[in-house]
Each structure stands twice: as structure tokens, then as C-alpha cells.
Design a protein around this ligand. Structure first.
Ligand SMILES: Nc1ncnc2c1ncn2[C@@H]1O[C@H](COP(=O)(O)OP(=O)(O)OP(=O)(O)O)[C@@H](O)[C@H]1O
Length: 454
């Protein structure tokens, strides 16, 4: 039922109660008529009492019975009744939001391109690939947790999404949870802030988390808040007890996770830790070829250009792919007959690719986006809903997420402390726009180029 329908429904209920003459006129006018219906949820009507006297009058078995039967008469369905104070009603709001946020968090959309089929195997990543694939196919989880560790841009997120995509297709009944650890921290901190009149919000989140069969956490090194580490610890233990498969990625070996408590680190070390390193030459070349698949005719490229890229940019597969994208993008502008080594070197030297991704920061993305749109920081951080500003914010959110995997909460901080749920829905919209709106796509591509120049 829409919230705006409650006052009307409650007026009708009160009028029937008045007509029943169960309460005398004075009691009704002074106390009962001042009540409000806060909401009806899961078969329960939450009724706000203004004072303790009202509560004492209402809270008798006959009083409750009268309200229940009157509501049932109007709604044609049975409801139970819970009386709440005005303060309780205020506390209920965050809880409702929390339930929505938690529900959103639980339904993960996996990146459709990040599949096992699209992942190129080589010595550099064979163990990680095998561990992730086998945990999907084997009934008993032999290794738990599986920790995939290695530098940035080497395919860790890709493999977690591949697990999700595989299970969604092959075992659709499986419950899979995936989150960047930074986003999980936001949800847990929210739950700790949310007060609750019927149940504990943290317990609610915990109970939803432990119900998963697969629990995939990306970039665990960002699980830095000690209170969320506490909650994570109990969730982790319960998941292991229930034999759920846990797969975690991190930028270092578990034993070197300095910011996490020892009891967590030692648990992470008890499963299987596999390293993923930079792809060797052949794997890098195969990744480039995979990326070109289907575009061979539109974009002719010399084999020695692929060798050149594979030799030069393999430290981070994002840079490897980025260098190829840059060549293809420039080829659409200049229309060469073929992308040869001269063309490639000219373009890549003119606009050098960021050689290490650590050089890219969220501040740099913000600077590039504002420069591109001709805006100031206060424009982009402010509240105006002008189209240009909204576009700029969406591009900023999109790039921060895609290039740096930034948590929604950190992106929100850069945008005038916007709430992380706002950021998460803008990101979803941006993901849609990149597929449907050519202007949005071009802006993203151009800003990426700007970023690579700096
Ligand atoms: N072996 C591979 N085969 C195909 N694509 C790959 C491979 N390794 C990495 N990639 C691609 O490289 C890009 C970066 O990979 P990914 O985001 O998984 O890196 P990551 O290790 O999670 O980095 P970070 O630690 O920064 O989160 C993605 O587009 C991914 O598809």
C-alpha cells in the first residue's frame, strides 16, 4: 500500500471505531482520534500513539481486537497490530531503507563480459583460473576460502564475476553474493547506525549474508573499519560452518594484509591462496586477439603491433586493453589502411598510456571530468540538477567505478558527500547509458584519453 493512502485508511478505521461506541466520546476525542497509522508491512499495522495514556487505553485485548477487526473489514485481509511511539516511528525509517539497501546489495548483476570463456589462461593465472572454475563445479568445497592475490588489473575481479556468471547459468538456484569490500563496509556501517524497534538491523543484514552458497569479496584489503571487521568475522565463521564457498581477492598474500586483525588473516590463510601475476607474452597476445574477435574486418592490425603491445603493456591488463582501444579509436579518426607499427608507436608515444594504474587516482578522474565539461569542483559537488552537471557526475561515477573499482561511499565523498545509494543507482544508470547513448559513450572515451595524457 502507498504510504499516502494510510491517512485515508486510518480516518475510515477511526470513524468505524467511533461508531462502534466502544470508547465514550470524550475518550475517543481526547486520545483515540490522535493516533496515526504509520504503515502496514508484512501483515502488521504499526500504529503511532501520541502519549502513554493513549497506549494504556488502546493496549487491551478488546482494544486490539477492535482495531484488527475494523482494519480487516476495510482491507479484506487480516492484520496484526503493533503500537509504536513517535520516536520509534522515526527509527523505523532507516530500517526500511536499510532493508531496501540490503536487498539491493544482495542482487548482484555480474558483468556479462567477465566469463570463464572470455578469460585467457596462461601460466600466470592458471592456478587461479582452475581454483575458481573447480569451486563452481565440485560439490564439496575442498578449499575454503580461496584467496586470489596479485597486483591490480590482472583479472581477479574478472574471475569472481566469472564464478557468478557461471553459477547463474548452470546452477540458477545457487545463492551468490558478490561485493567490493568497500561497499560491504558501507552496508555494515549503515546497519550499525540504523536503530530498530523490532529486531536488530545488524542481525538482519547478517542473517541475509549468511544465507548465501557462494560469498565473493573483492579487494578485501579495503575492509578497514574495525566495527565492520567484527561483523564480517561472525558472518565469515557462520558461512564456513554452513559450508558456503568463500572466494576473496586481495592485492597481497593473506599474511601481508596489514590492516586486518590476525584472527581474520589466519582464517584466510587456512584455505588455498593462489597468486596471479602479470601475463606472459603469449597470454597477453591471446588477450589482445580475444578483444579483437569479431572486429577483424573493421580493424586491420599488423601482427607486430600486437607483439609490441604485448611486450610493452603486460604489467596491467587494463593498460594492455587500453593501448589497443586507443589505437582502434585513433584509427576511426584517421582511417589508416592498416594499423602498423609506425602508426601504433606514433599514437602511443603521442598520448602515452598510464604505465602503472596506481598513478590514476579518483582526484585525477574528477579533474579530467570537470575539465572536459568546463565545470568547477563546486559545480559537480553541488545540488544543481542541470543536465550537463548530471551527465558530468554520471561520467565521473562510471569512470571511478570502472577504472579504479572505487567504493560507492568514496565516490559519494568526492561528490559533496552524496549518499552511497544515490551513487549506486547513478552507476546503474551510467551502465545503461554507455550501451544506449552514443554521446555518453564518446564523453567517457574522450575523458579516458585525457586521463592517459596526464
Ligand atoms: N587473463 C585474462 N583474460 C582476459 N581478460 C583479462 C585477463 N586478465 C585481465 N583481464 C581483463 O583486464 C581487465 C582488468 O581485470 P580485473 O578488473 O579483473 O583486474 P583486478 O585484478 O581485479 O584489478 P584490481 O585489483 O585493480 O581490482 C578486465 O577488463 C579483465 O577482463
Amino acid at each position: 500500500m502507498e504510504p499516502h493512502a494510510y491517512p485515508d485508511l486510518w480516518q475510515r478505521t477511526l470513524s468505524l471505531i467511533q461508531k462502534s461506541h466502544y470508547y465514550d466520546k470524550e475518550t475517543f476525542d481526547s486520545w483515540i482520534s490522535k493516533t496515526e497509522l504509520f504503515k502496514i508491512e508484512n501483515g502488521k499495522a504499526y500504529i503511532i500513539y501520541p502519549t502513554m495514556i493513549t497506549l494504556n487505553i488502546l493496549n487491551t485485548s478488546e482494544g486490539i481486537q477492535l482495531i484488527q477487526s475494523t482494519l480487516q473489514e476495510i482491507l479484506n485481509e487480516s492484520v496484526s497490530v503493533q503500537f509504536i511511539s513517535k520516536q520509534d516511528a522515526k527509527k523505523l525509517i532507516p530500517e526500511v531503507q536499510l532493508q531496501t539497501r540490503t536487498a539491493n546489495l544482495m542482487k548482484t548483476d555480474f558483468n556479462e563480459d567477465y566469463t570463464f570463456e572470455n578469460f585467457i589462461e596462461g601460466n600466470s593465472n592458471a592456478e587461479a583460473y582452475a581454483a575458481c572454475l573447480s569451486c563452481c563445479t565440485q560439490k564439496n568445497h575442498l578449499f575454503n576460502p580461496i584467496m586470489i592475490y596479485g597486483n591490480s588489473g590482472l583479472g581477479k575481479t574478472h574471475l569472481l564475476h566469472a564464478i557468478g556468471n557461471y553459477l547463474k547459468k548452470e546452477k540458477p538456484e545457487t545463492k551468490v553474493f558478490y561485493s567490493y569490500s568497500g561497499d560491504l563496509v558501507s552496508i555494515l556501517l549503515d546497519a550499525m547506525k540504523a536503530r530498530s524497534v523490532h529486531g536488530n538491523a545488524v542481525e538482519l543484514v547478517k542473517s541475509q549474508l549468511v544465507e548465501n552458497d557462494y560469498f565473493l569479496i573483492d579487494d578485501i584489503q579495503n575492509l578497514q573499519s574495525s566495527s565492520s571487521q567484527e561483523v564480517f568475522f561472525t558472518v565469515y565463521n557462520e558461512l564456513i560452518r554452513r559450508n558456503a564457498q568463500i572466494v576473496i581477492t586481495s592485492d597481497t598474500h593473506p599474511s601481508e594484509l596489514k590492516n586486518l586483525p590476525n584472527r581474520l588473516v589466519s582464517r584466510f590463510s587456512s584455505g588455498l591462496a593462489v597468486n596471479i601475476v602479470k601475463p606472459e607474452f603469449d597470454t597477453s597476445k591471446a588477450i589482445l586477439k580475444k578483444k579483437l574477435e569479431g572486429n577483424e574486418e573493421a580493424c586491420l592490425i599488423d601482427e607486430d603491433v600486437l607483439d609490441y603491445l604485448a611486450n610493452k603493456f603486460s604489467n596491467d591488463v587494463r593498460n594492455l586493453e587500453g593501448s589497443l582501444n586507443k589505437l582502434i579509436f585513433n584509427a576511426t579518426l584517421e582511417n589508416p589502411e592498416i594499423i602498423d607499427l609506425d602508426f601504433a608507436q606514433r599514437i602511443l608515444m603521442k598520448e602515452p598510456i598510464v604505465s602503472e594504474r596506481s598513478e590514476l587516482t579518483i582526484k585525477k578522474i574528477k579533474k579530467a571530468v570537470t575539465r572536459f565539461y568546463g565545470l568547477t569542483y563546486s559545480d559537480i559537488e553541488g545540488k544543481s540538477r542541470q543536465k550537463k552537471l548530471m551527465n558530468a557526475r554520471q561520467v565521473f561515477i562510471y569512470l571511478s567505478r570502472e577504472l579504479l573499482h572505487k567504493a560507492y561511499v568514496s565516490i559519494g565523498q568526492e561528490l559533496g558527500n552524496r549518499d552511497h545509494t544515490t551513487i549506486s543507482s547513478s552507476y546503474e544508470r551510467a551502465q545503461m547509458l554507455i550501451k544506449t547513448d552514443p554521446n555518453f559513450k564518446t564523453a567517457v572515451e574522450k575523458i579516458k584519453t585525457l586521463l592517459e595524457k596526464n
